[in-house]
Design a protein around this ligand. Structure first.
Ligand code: CTP
Ligand code: CA
Length: 236
């Protein structure tokens, strides 16, 4: 087609792609958020549409044009994102879910209906403590709900900085084992690395094999193509 590179190998498929980063509100004007731009998820959605899929794009706080052929489902919080994805999957006929969104692991335990003031009760201007509670792990929920002929193929993303406990690939390997998804796309993040950038390097990890497919450095579209090149033939 005009966009080029379309193979049509996803025609007749329905895929759900999540993108962006959730915002967890503290009060009407403030939230806890993250640096995800949504570019990688949008590239995955655009590529699926080019290959002929029906695409539901669940977008958390993304300031990008909706790619041609994608149905946009805007969400703000992790709980809204969970609801949107489970509604789509429970509706049936979803062939694959790609969880490219950066989902907040925690949210504020309480939402203040009125703006939190610098000085709270009785002239107390001490710094407040924000209590957090866990958000559901949406990908883990999809893995747990799996079974039966209609289960979608599940793709997770891992944004790793590396830390004292291991490098990006060993952290990703452990995350794949923990998550139980069918494919894990790992990339190295940090300010100026991947987040908001147009060029990226990604590693595709699968269960049951040590083999890792490395894509890039290249565009997020290149990574999206590699993901669908792998997923399309694996769909039942
Ligand atoms: N994810 C999710 N629900 C969450 C958190 C993450 O579905 N509450 C998904 C992400 O969309 C991604 C994958 O799980 O596809 C991995 O996210 P990541 O944050 O890297 O993994 P966590 O298990 O949250 O581990 P950690 O943040 O401690 O590295
Ligand atoms: Ca996380």
């Amino acid at each position: 087609d005009a966009a080029g590179g379309a193979t049509g190998d996803l025609s007749g498929r329905h895929v759900v792609v999540t993108a962006g980063g959730t915002r967890e509100p503290l009060d009407p004007v403030r939230y806890l958020g993250n640096r995800s731009s949504g570019k990688q998820g949008y590239a995955v959605a655009a590529e699926a549409a080019r290959r002929g899929a029906r695409v539901s794009l669940v977008a958390a706080n993304v300031a990008l044009d909706t790619p041609p052929g994608c149905d946009l489902v805007p969400v703000e919080t992790a709980l809204e994102l969970e609801r949107a994805v489970t509604d789509l999957v429970d509706g049936g006929g979803v062939d694959a879910v790609v969880m490219a969104a950066a989902v907040a692991d925690f949210r504020p335990a309480r939402y203040a209906e009125a703006k939190i003031k610098k000085t709270h009760g009785d002239g107390d201007d001490s710094a407040p403590t924000i209590e957090l509670v866990r958000n559901p792990d949406i990908l883990a929920g999809l893995v747990a709900a799996r079974g039966g002929a209609t289960s979608p193929y599940l793709v997770g993303f891992a944004a790793e900085t590396g830390d004292g406990t291991g490098d990006v690939l060993s952290l990703a390997r452990a995350k794949l084992a923990r998550k139980g998804c069918d494919l894990l796309v790992a990339n190295e993040v940090g300010v100026g690395r991947t987040f908001g950038q147009d060029s990226t390097t990604a590693h595709l990890l699968r269960p049951g094999t040590e083999e890792i497919r490395t894509v890039g450095p290249g565009s997020k579209t290149l990574v999206a193509q590699a993901i669908w090149d792998h997923v399309a033939p694996s769909l039942r």
